[in-house]
Design a protein around this ligand. Structure first.
Ligand SMILES: [Zn+2]
Length: 79
């Protein structure tokens, strides 16, 4: 019984983060394809993207997250 409970716990723990992120899956963000770019942006006109030396790409929030990108401090400052 204890074994069964730990399996349940393991399953819910491995699925929980995905479920919380699902809500934002259809949201699009902008990323710079440059080698040293590490963040994603809410707006294409963001100041942070002006510095981008490569091209700006529109991707889903999920895609940006899977590339281990972090939210831009300029665009996401207020939210
Ligand atoms: Zn930004």
């Amino acid at each position: 019984m204890r074994c069964f409970l730990s399996i349940c716990l393991w399953i819910s723990l491995s699925f929980l983060p995905t479920n919380t992120l699902n809500r934002s899956n259809d949201t699009y963000v902008y990323i710079c394809t440059g080698k040293y770019a590490y963040s994603y942006h809410k707006s294409k006109k963001c100041r942070g993207l002006n510095k981008c030396s490569a091209s700006i790409k529109k991707v889903t929030f999920k895609q940006a997250k899977s590339e281990k990108r972090i939210a831009c401090k300029i665009c996401y400052r207020s939210s």
